[in-house]
Every structure is written in C-alpha cells, then in structure tokens.
Unconditional design. Structure first.
Length: 449
C-alpha cells in the first residue's frame, strides 16, 4: 500500500501549484460547491465521518487550506448548505435502479454536472440555480420530492437522496476517487482536478425556476396576477385562470400535481374586506369547558389538604435525579447540548403517557435550554441517534397534531432530585474536574444554583 507523505505545512499557493490550477479556478470551485463555511465534516482514509470541533466542542470553520487538501486527495470533506439553496443535487447510490433513475433525471434536466461520488459507484447530479432563483432549503426539498414522485423516482436512503439538506452534509466533488463524468456515456472526462474545473467553468449552466418547474411557475404567476387584481371574482378570472369559489377554504396550491396540464385549481375564501355583505361570525361559548375546571381538585378555589399533598408529591416525583445528570454528561462533553438533553428528558418525564409516548410541538422544542431555530434539528437528531427518544408519528398540520415521540431512556432512581444541570454537576464532580471540563461562567453558575 502506497502511503503519501505530506509536508508538515503547505501554503495555499503550493497546493494550487500541485493541482495545476489558478487562484481564480480555485475560487470558482469554492463559489459553486461551498455555501456554508461555518462548519464541515471530515473523513480520513480508512476512517469514519466526524464533525471537526475545537477543544470546547464547538464546530470549526472551514478554511481554504482544508479545501486544498481535499482536492489533493489527502482526506474527504463534506459541507452543509446555507439558508438559501443555490443548487439541487441528487445522490443516486449504486443499485439496480441507478441507471433508470439517471435516465429520468436526464430527460428532465438536459445538461447537469455529473460526478462519481466515490469508489462505491454512486452518482452526484448537480443542478445549479440562476442568481435570481432564490429559494429556501426546506421549500426546495418539498418541491423536489413532489417532482420526483410525479416522475416515478423512488426517493429513499440507499436509492436516491435529495440535497441540500439542513441536517446532513454533502461530500464535495473532485476529491479522492471522485471524477467528473460525461452526462451521455457516464465515462470519466478527465482524472486531474485542473482540467475538470476548467471544463466545469466552460460548460456549467444555471437554471431558472421556470426551467426546472414550469407548471409550478405558471401557477404561481397566475396566483400573483389574481392577487394583484384584488382577489375579485369575475367571469374573466374564472375563464382565464380556472378559479372556482369555495367559501370554506383558503387559497392553496396543490403541489402533488405539478405536471398536470389542466388549469390550476385555486380555492378562494371570502374575507371581510372582499365582501360587500359581511356577516360577522358569532361564537357560541362552550360553558361545559369553562365549568369543568371549577370542580377539579387542582383548582385553588376547590382544593383540600389531601389533594394538595398528592399534587406536590407527584410534582416532586417528576424531577430528574443525580443519576440522570451522570448519564447525560457521559453522552457528550458539550455543555449546551447537555442542557438541551436535560430539558428534553424533563419535559418527556412530565408529559409522557402510560405507553411512554408524548407529543412535542416545535414551539416547545425551541424553548428548551440552549436551543434555537437553527440548531434544534441537529440536537433532536443527536438524541434519536443516542437512543433517548424515537419518533413514532410525524406532525399533521390539518389536524393540528404535533410530532409524537416515545421515550426509550430509562430514568434513574439513584441520588437526590436536581433542579438544574448546574445543581447536578456541583453534586457529582469535584471542583478541580469541574473547572477543567467547563468554562469559568459554567463553573460560577454551579455555585450560584
């Protein structure tokens, strides 16, 4: 086995000389394929993928020197998308359906960029967007999945996956065992990185929203025209746009039939500012719902000593213990992630039913400690990977039903009850270890709790 000996340090210019590419070509590669420089994953030869972190377990920013080593085939790196998607990538793994899926995508998009992803034989098909084509990653995922369903493509792990994905990284092309392929024959165009980047520079095509999704673009244009007209229902609108009136529905677009050629079926609800004879709705109060809590034992106006003692004992029992904190700090050294796990387990302990299932709305997740809209998916994914919880049912918007999870974690019965993570850390760890593991701020908060 030939082992390449790398110098201790190499400047970026030395890496570009080895690759035989100019600085402009290197910047073009970074502009086309890298959208988020705030974090990245790496894989050594013969190793596993891992997110690069610093001593405090914070993600490390991607720099151009690391990208240079990826192109020099020292190791592989994968990146995450930004909030705005700038490309659409289909990852077609080696399977009996690979060629059939590729032919369908080739009929849809005539000139994509096709790469062999690795030695496994998978294909990465890139479709890059024009500058005026601005769309969020979530919207692009839903539209692309609906389009694949209409085209008859099975989107599933191990068959075909869609990127960008907010919680998953994508391996950069032209790394070790990755080549630029001819879209017609699927044979390698070249093996060196410099020729491949120059070929991409001369042959890349940027697609607009109308090029990729013409039927959906037509419906959106019709909807915009209808809204600019003031939402007035007249014979011309009905004849031109195929609008029908339904007083009990909102104006929606059916994303499951993008490819149909019939006129769009836009449902319209009449609001007060669109109606001449508006009759305000009168809500009838439900007195049974208002009177039900009045007779409850937990109502402070109708409570006795026995019920009060029972409530307090149940509330104390639904607290985490020192043993739970010990299990949490064994899962990860990241303090912010430990705080999130403690909040999640405490909520699950209080909200679970007899089958250990509980509903977890998105609003509740974002209110957990050390959680935000940008990080909640990654942290929930971590908890599921560690076997703390399992998703048993997805949310359903029409029925206003939140996601349902099952608690797989076994709550500890050892130790005293704790009121916070800092309280548990103070009881578990000696001062010296507490000071070496965590920051000064966490150390001070442990003795304030």
């Amino acid at each position: 086995m030939n082992i390449t000996r790398w110098p201790a340090r190499m400047s970026l210019n030395e890496k570009l000389k080895r690759l035989q590419i100019s600085e402009d070509d290197f910047e073009l590669y970074c502009f086309i394929f890298i959208k988020d420089w705030s974090r990245y994953c790496r894989k050594e030869i013969g190793g596993e993928w891992f997110m690069v972190r610093n001593r405090r377990e914070k993600p490390v920013r991607l720099i151009r020197h690391v990208v240079g080593y990826h192109l020099l085939k020292k190791f592989w790196i994968s990146t995450f998308p930004g909030k705005i998607a700038r490309y659409l990538c289909f990852d077609i793994d080696e399977s009996p359906e690979q060629l059939a899926i590729y032919r369908i995508l080739k009929e849809w998009v005539k000139n994509p960029l096709v790469f062999r992803s690795s030695s496994s034989g998978g294909l990465h098909i890139y479709i890059h967007f024009a500058p005026e084509f601005l769309i969020s990653v979530q919207k692009l995922q839903s539209i692309a999945k609906a389009t694949c369903k209409r085209l008859g493509i099975n989107v599933a792990p191990g068959v075909c996956e869609i990127f960008p994905n907010r919680i998953r990284s994508l391996r950069l092309p032209l790394g070790r065992e990755s080549f630029l392929l001819d879209p017609e024959s699927l044979n390698p165009i070249c093996t060196d990185v410099g020729t491949a980047i120059r070929h991409i520079k001369n042959n890349i095509r940027y697609y607009s929203f109308e090029d990729l999704f013409p039927q959906l673009a037509k419906r959106m244009a019709q909807r915009k025209t209808f809204q600019e007209a003031g939402g007035r229902l007249n014979e011309h609108a009905v004849e031109q746009y195929g609008i029908r009136y339904n007083s009990g529905s909102n104006m929606i677009l059916d994303s499951s039939s993008f490819g149909e050629t019939k006129a769009p079926n836009i449902l319209y609800r009449e609001e007060c500012h669109h109606s001449d004879n508006h009759q305000p709705k009168i809500r009838q109060p439900n007195f049974q719902n208002h009177l039900k809590p009045a007779g409850s034992a937990i109502n402070p106006l109708n409570i006795n000593a026995k019920a009060k003692e029972q409530i307090l004992s149940e509330d104390v029992q639904k607290q985490l213990r020192v043993g739970d904190v010990l299990k949490i700090i064994a899962l990860t050294p990241d303090f912010r992630l430990q705080k999130f796990i403690l909040s999640l387990l405490l909520f699950a302990l209080k909200a679970k039913d007899s089958k250990n299932a509980f509903r977890l709305p998105w609003v509740v997740i974002t209110r957990f400690d050390c959680c935000s809209r940008e990080t909640y998916q990654e942290k929930m994914h971590f908890c599921q990977d560690k076997g703390l919880i399992t998703k048993v049912r997805e949310f359903y918007r029409q029925e206003h039903r939140a996601r349902t999870f099952k608690v797989d974690y076994v709550f500890s019965e050892e130790g005293d009850f704790v009121i916070s993570l800092e309280d548990g850390l103070k009881r578990l760890l000696p001062l010296k270890e507490l000071k070496s593991r965590y920051s000064r701020r966490v150390y001070d908060n442990c003795f304030r709790s």
